[in-house]
Design a protein around this ligand. Structure first.
Ligand code: DON
Length: 575
């Protein structure tokens, strides 16, 4: 029982003390004592960080060793990832930081998601005929939403951290100034976005080598980014959203077809939101709230699956049921979800067990339910840009953070003199109802572009509490993020360890396109045959996807473990 819930129990007993003062007071005393004991033992024996890059994991641990808490380490890890994984996340992007504060059990989701510029409108990416103009929401200045990460890091440091930004940003500033070496992973990401990066002189000089894919070992220096980070450390949010950095951002964006204004930057605010909560067979899930669809969808899928005695079925039937649960949840995503500050959403209903019971009722064990409304499909083959990290400190504070600039190297555009690689998160809006985005996701009115609105996300930083302990989990992977969390949680529920959750071969369905995408090894030949017989369209993927980072504190065995997805180059360190 968490300390805060225990406190509620104590408060609930207080009226009894009037009737029987001494006995009541004694009970209160005992309960308070128990609360103290509970608090005292609620500390993990070690801290742990799992992130997508060894330099980020290391920098995070150094901050913990210097007296920082998990929130300070989260600032450091976010900033270092922004430097050494320029293809995944950055100060020109945004994200969600799910926080758990140990001393009082307080939990919040820090929403540092990008928002549409104030001059944006529904037809921003449409031509005169109302058709979507290819790539306009993916490459270049017009594709970028107003960044949220700098403001979110300042908020995180000031409200929850213990160390000054100068200290927590120091590692990122040093790495930006001194550089980091190119590896094969970096080269693969550049290869994918070479054309977009060549369109922006600043991006080309930063991330390419003489206009080409850099050699392994080439040192990537980002002096302008170091300067911008220094201003952020010295001046807080004004160092980015006002003054000379802001002016350079606006000048660069507007000279290259973008529509940002100084007001857009000055207006940006990170928002704390109440996380989405639910349970599945005795485990509690705390996850991302809108404007992420993640938590709602995860609970929707788990609620549907909880209607079935999964272990009682052959493995292939279990997989069929998972696919059907995924299909139904993603149908609702497209219809209902968007920015909570702009749209009314039936969240209570979408995560209600009775609603799931209704959805589960029309799942047939003997055949697939076809998805309706066919449309042209776009599906990216990768799924490791965007980033996630999980942190547990020795006090028991936790952070699960998923951060993004969307596509690899975001929009590919860097406004001159800023070092800030801009996101292309505007593509996460539905450019036109029913037209799929880069992840093949469709959307409707709820996720239409509006001035100042946050685009719907799939990022799903999550805490999972079991009878034994607590897990911190998340991954990149576009539309497949949420089903990866489902795989991870089912693996956890089956008794696995972090390495099992992150290793597990994955399959995915998102309603449309009506196909089951699966990694090598996720389905056996017999399962492929049987699922095909049930009417599923199976689409084997050439490459694996995702980059899950997980931490687990087993309170029963008093052990902390962590794992970084073998599909990526990250690492997990328990200290
Ligand atoms: O917020 C979202 O859902 C996307 N921008 C995330 C993109 C992503 O995970 C890319 N990874 N493959």
């Amino acid at each position: 029982m968490s300390a805060s819930r225990l406190n509620q129990v104590v408060t609930g007993l207080l009226p009894d003390t009037k009737k029987a003062p001494s006995w009541g007071l004694f009970c209160v005393f005992i309960l308070l004592l128990l609360a103290q004991v509970a608090l005292a033992v609620e500390k993990p024996p070690a801290a742990a960080i799992a992130s997508a890059h060894p330099l980020a994991t290391q920098a995070g641990h150094e901050i913990l060793a210097a007296g920082g808490n998990a929130f300070d380490a989260a600032v450091t890890v976010s900033a270092v990832l922004a430097v050494v994984e320029p293809y995944s996340s950055g100060m020109g992007g945004g994200g969600f930081w799910l926080l758990h504060r140990a001393k009082d059990g307080f939990e919040t989701m820090l929403d540092g998601r990008e928002r549409a510029p104030l001059a944006a409108h529904q037809d921003l990416y449409l031509d005169d005929q109302g058709e979507v103009i290819p790539n306009l929401s993916i490459n270049g200045a017009l594709a970028a939403g107003i960044p949220g990460q700098p403001a979110a890091l300042v908020h995180l440091a000031e409200k929850y951290g213990q160390l000054p930004l100068k200290q927590t940003l120091a590692a990122a500033i040093r790495l930006a100034r001194e550089g980091f070496p190119v590896d094969d992973y970096y080269r693969r990401m550049v290869k994918w976005r070479l054309d977009a990066l060549r369109q922006s002189p600043s991006a080309e000089s930063l991330f390419l080598q003489s206009g080409e894919i850099p050699q392994v070992g080439h040192n990537v220096r980002q002096p302008d980014l170091a300067n911008t980070l220094e201003l952020l450390a010295e001046q807080g949010r004004d160092g980015f959203y006002k003054g000379k950095v802001a002016q350079k951002l606006i000048d660069g964006v507007r000279a290259n077809g973008g529509i940002w204004t100084l007001e857009d930057l000055a207006d940006y605010q990170p928002i704390e939101r109440v996380p989405v909560r639910g349970s599945y067979r005795g485990i509690s899930i705390t996850s991302a709230a809108p404007p992420s669809s993640g938590g709602v969808m995860l609970l929707a899928m788990l609620n549907i699956l909880s209607r079935f005695e999964l272990e009682a079925y052959p493995v292939v039937t279990r997989k069929h049921l998972m696919i059907e649960a995924m299909r139904r949840a993603y149908r609702d995503r497209a219809e209902y979800l968007g920015d909570p500050d702009f749209v009314d959403m039936p969240i209570e209903q979408l995560i209600h067990p009775l609603y799931a019971a209704g959805l589960a009722r029309d799942i047939a064990l003997g055949h697939a339910t076809p998805s309706k409304a066919p449309y042209s499909t776009v599906q990216s083959d990768e799924g490791r840009d965007t980033t996630h990290f999980s942190i547990l400190d020795k006090e028991g504070n936790r952070v699960a953070a998923t951060l993004s600039i969307n596509y690899p190297f975001g929009s590919g555009f860097v406004p001159e003199g800023t070092g800030i690689l801009l996101n292309d998160e505007m593509d996460d809006f539905s450019a036109r109802p029913g037209v799929p985005n880069v992840y093949g996701l469709i959307g409707g009115e709820a996720n239409a572009i509006e001035p100042g609105k946050r685009m719907l996300s799939s990022m799903t930083p999550t805490f999972i509490e079991t009878a034994e302990g607590v897990a911190i989990m998340g991954t990149p992977g576009g539309s497949r993020i949420i089903t990866m969390l489902l795989h991870g949680i089912l693996e956890l529920q089956a008794g696995g360890e972090p390495k099992d959750w992150v290793n597990k071969p994955r399959f995915h369905h998102q309603y449309l396109p009506d196909e089951v995408q699966f990694e090598p090894g996720a389905l056996t030949a017999d399962e492929v045959t049987e699922l095909t017989r049930l009417g599923h369209q199976l689409k084997p993927l050439k490459r694996s996807y995702g980059n899950m980072q997980a931490v687990y504190w087993n309170k029963k065995t008093e052990a902390v473990s962590a794992a970084s997805d073998p599909r990526g180059i990250g690492n997990a360190v328990v200290h």
